[in-house]
Design a protein around this ligand. Structure first.
Ligand code: ZN
Length: 314
């Protein structure tokens, strides 16, 4: 394949309205380059921003086929297979996915007034959300396209997710809980996806979603150098609380709870300062301790790194 054909396959159609609220006042914000493999030259994407709800999105977005070819192995930048043991070791060193899975599953379960004990885990990743939902008594359906993640899922839960993208999933029956953790930012046409989720939930059922916050202090400080939210081209949408709320409310939901999450790896600072041994241990301990008041302050101003939103189907 020549570079020219590779590039023509990278972009999708131009967008004329906001992917969250449907507003037509959208404006170019910044450009961000990326280099997916060493063999492909650096390619630029333009980020647009909605003047009504503040949501950002790639415009033109990546082409659907090209994006799917990335996700067939992993939605989280894995370039090779990983074992469950390695994932659990990471979780022990820096508790992250497991904490989020337990918290969000409990919260969704508490808010679910539908009497329906079927749960759908969209973008099931390593399988921690499915595991948490099963512990709460739910029968689960998990879908996830990434092979590397699905192998870990199987080691953790014993079965395998359906290896499809959500847009190709053909459901049978309704659900009481739908979990979408770190998914919406990856989807072209998030409005279609939420419309489909709305049709799958029983009245009183709960949609729980987690997305990176486009209003986070990291984006404000780092601009397009931020990769938590502005991770291109895997993340195609950048949500604000206002935008995410507009997106679910126009699809038959009522937002009942929003929470921000900020978690900094304990060793982020010592690594940056190249510390080792005892000095590294002291700095790691300080980061662990100080991030609690720091996160609280950021959340007061709506600047946290992630948004968790819970919405009930009308
Ligand atoms: Zn908007």
């Amino acid at each position: 394949m020549t570079y020219a054909t590779a590039v023509s396959g990278i972009y999708g159609d131009v967008l004329h309205e906001c992917v969250s609220c449907g507003g037509e006042k959208i404006k170019f914000w910044r450009q961000k380059n990326f280099q997916y493999t060493e063999s492909v030259n650096t390619t630029a994407f333009s980020i647009y921003r909605c003047e009504s709800c503040g949501t950002g999105f790639l415009n033109r977005p990546p082409a659907r086929q090209w994006l799917q070819s990335i996700y067939q192995y992993s939605g989280q930048a894995l370039t090779e297979a990983i074992t469950l043991e390695a994932v659990l070791a990471q979780e022990t060193a820096f508790p992250n996915c497991r904490l989020d899975a337990d918290r969000m599953s409990h919260q969704a379960h508490q808010l679910n007034s539908s009497d329906n004990d079927q749960a759908l885990d969209i973008g099931s990743g390593f399988g921690f959300y499915t595991q948490a939902l099963r512990k709460l008594g739910y029968n689960t359906v998990s879908i996830n396209p990434g092979k590397y993640e699905n192998d870990v899922f199987k080691s953790l839960n014993g079965d395998e997710p359906l290896a499809v993208m959500f847009e190709n999933y053909e459901p049978a029956g309704q659900f009481g809980v739908v979990m979408m953790s770190q998914v919406l930012e990856h989807l072209l046409e998030p409005d279609h996806a939420i419309g489909k989720v709305s049709g799958l939930l029983a009245p009183g059922g709960v949609l729980a979603c987690a997305v990176p916050n486009y209003d986070s202090f990291l984006v404000k400080l780092l601009g397009t150098k931020d990769n938590a939210c502005l991770w291109i081209p895997e993340h195609v949408n950048y949500f604000t609380e206002q935008g995410l709320t507009a997106l679910v409310e126009k699809n038959g939901f009522r937002v009942v709870k929003v929470k921000q999450i900020t978690r900094i790896p304990f060793n982020a600072v010592s690594k940056r300062l190249r510390l080792k041994g005892r000095p590294a241990g002291v700095v790691d301990g300080m980061v662990k301790f100080l991030q609690i008041p720091f996160a609280g302050l950021m959340h007061c101003f709506g600047l946290g790194i992630y948004i968790n939103l819970y919405a009930v189907k009308n």
